[in-house]
Ligand binder design. Structure first.
Ligand code: HAM
Length: 415
């Protein structure tokens, strides 16, 4: 088979150096920020029962009806690649009793959605997300939003904005949906066909439609907030006031509804001007999911790593800035030196010094060329004479200077 047949699938990519340096930076700094807020990592499986997702995310959502990668295993079980991280997290939280009731967990890893690939939309993409389990409390929502902003600044991203809204309580949902339908019904015939279907199955999603025909119809429709109870509006106000007291300004966007059914109360997105049409870097909110006899409440968000990287790159941050420090390179002249240098390399590595060497006895010029290509900072050269004298010639590649040292001096120089 031609090697081109083995390319990654459409919408999925290898992530390799130098790009991967930026990925590693995001992951490392996220771990630091999460630890400061006392969140701990939980790694849930990538493959789960399809029912977990249909039940948690909602069986009429786009993600569930159109985008999941589904398969049957040999036992005929219906399984899906996870399209997001909250469903698995909630399953994990519900699996424990006491210790997970107030779980503060985070995750990072691949998610899968079989969408039409385009800029900012991949079929295998990656999220860094977190979930804080616990009863609804506007202070908890504000804490998670504050954490998210802290994370964005740890990553060095400037110019991101948070758009915030509330979609109220589950018990109000029926009244809200009815209120929306009543307001839209007189102009129902003006809606395109797919929107007419949405009117029945998921009328909330009409509010954030980008279709001008839909936008024209919903222009005069009351916002979700107007249809909600005072209690829900107060909840949102407390989130906003708490954020203000933390000196965080957010924008209320009453058209924001999010595409997953588990949300209650607060929902938000982080957007960035450096991205195209897919400008959401992150989505989050408070949710409630029924798992068996338990109701799991929580609040969380997930950042799209690919989009985060695009946003960072649009502000001039590049992967090269996070490339590993140049290593020490060891050059051997002759068989005896090659053998001895293996031992030297082993010793240096055990002491935490990153180093490499040529494992064949090539000409010095070829070895030096390789050291240069690898960006080595120091080159240690040893041949028969140095072996005899117990010395090492060390070349500083930046300055072009060279000196002959004994082992203790060499170690001093390198550590
Ligand atoms: P979501 O809005 O579906 O929310 O996804 C979160 C983020 O993942 C998006 O803002 C985007 O950056 C990224 N993303 C989603 N789909 C794609 C794609 N096809 N290609 C590239 N990036 C993508 C959730 O997944 C919720 N589980 C978030 C959450 C956690 N809510 C509460 N806790």
């Amino acid at each position: 088979m031609a090697s081109s047949s083995f390319q990654p699938l459409q919408g999925m990519s290898d992530i390799a150096p130098p790009d991967v340096y930026l990925w590693q930076m995001l992951e490392a700094r996220a771990r630091e920020v999460f630890a400061r807020y006392r969140f701990e990592e939980v790694r849930t499986p990538i493959l789960e029962k399809t029912a977990l997702f249909t039940h948690s995310l909602g069986d009429t959502t786009d993600v569930v009806t159109k985008e999941m990668y589904c398969l049957e295993d040999r036992g005929g079980r219906k399984l899906s690649l996870r399209p997001e991280g909250t469903a698995g997290s909630v399953r994990y939280i519900a699996s424990g009793a006491e210790q997970t009731a107030n779980a503060r967990m985070y995750y990072m890893g691949p998610m899968f959605r079989c969408e039409r690939p385009q800029a900012g939309r991949k079929r295998q993409f990656h999220q860094i997300g977190l979930e804080a389990a616990g009863a609804p409390n506007p202070l908890a929502d504000a804490e998670v939003i504050a954490l998210q902003l802290n994370l964005l600044s740890a990553w060095g991203l400037e110019g991101a904005k948070i758009r915030l809204n509330t979609i109220g309580l589950p018990e109000e949902r029926a009244a809200v949906l009815e209120g929306l339908r009543n307001a839209i019904r007189p102009r129902f015939s003006e809606l395109p066909e797919d929107a007419q279907q949405r009117f029945e199955t998921n009328v909330l999603r009409l509010l954030d439609s980008k279709d001008p025909a839909v936008q024209a119809v919903i222009a005069d429709v009351p916002s979700v907030t107007e249809l909600l109870s005072q209690e829900s509006r107060d909840y949102l106000n407390t989130v906003v006031e708490t954020l203000r007291s933390l000196e965080i300004d957010v924008e209320i966007d009453t058209s924001l509804v999010r595409g997953l059914d588990y949300y209650v109360h607060t929902v938000w997105e982080v957007v960035h001007g450096g991205l195209g049409a897919q400008n959401a870097l992150s989505g989050g909110g408070r949710y409630q999911v029924q798992v068996g006899s338990r109701t799991i409440d929580g609040v969380g968000f997930a950042m799209g790593m690919e989009r985060m990287i695009a946003a960072l790159e649009s502000t001039g941050i590049t992967a090269d800035q996070f490339a590993p420090e140049p290593a020490v390179f060891i050059v051997s002249l002759g068989e005896a030196a090659l053998k001895e240098n293996l031992l030297l390399m082993q010793m240096l590595r055990q002491r935490g010094i990153a180093c490499e060497m040529e494992l064949t006895n090539r000409k010095i010029k070829a070895q030096m060329k390789r050291a240069d290509k690898l960006g080595a900072r120091q080159v240690i050269i040893r041949g028969d004479t140095e072996l005899e004298n117990g010395t090492f010639v060390v070349k500083n590649m930046e300055e072009g200077t060279q000196q002959e040292l004994e082992l203790p001096e060499l170690m001093n120089l390198l550590t």
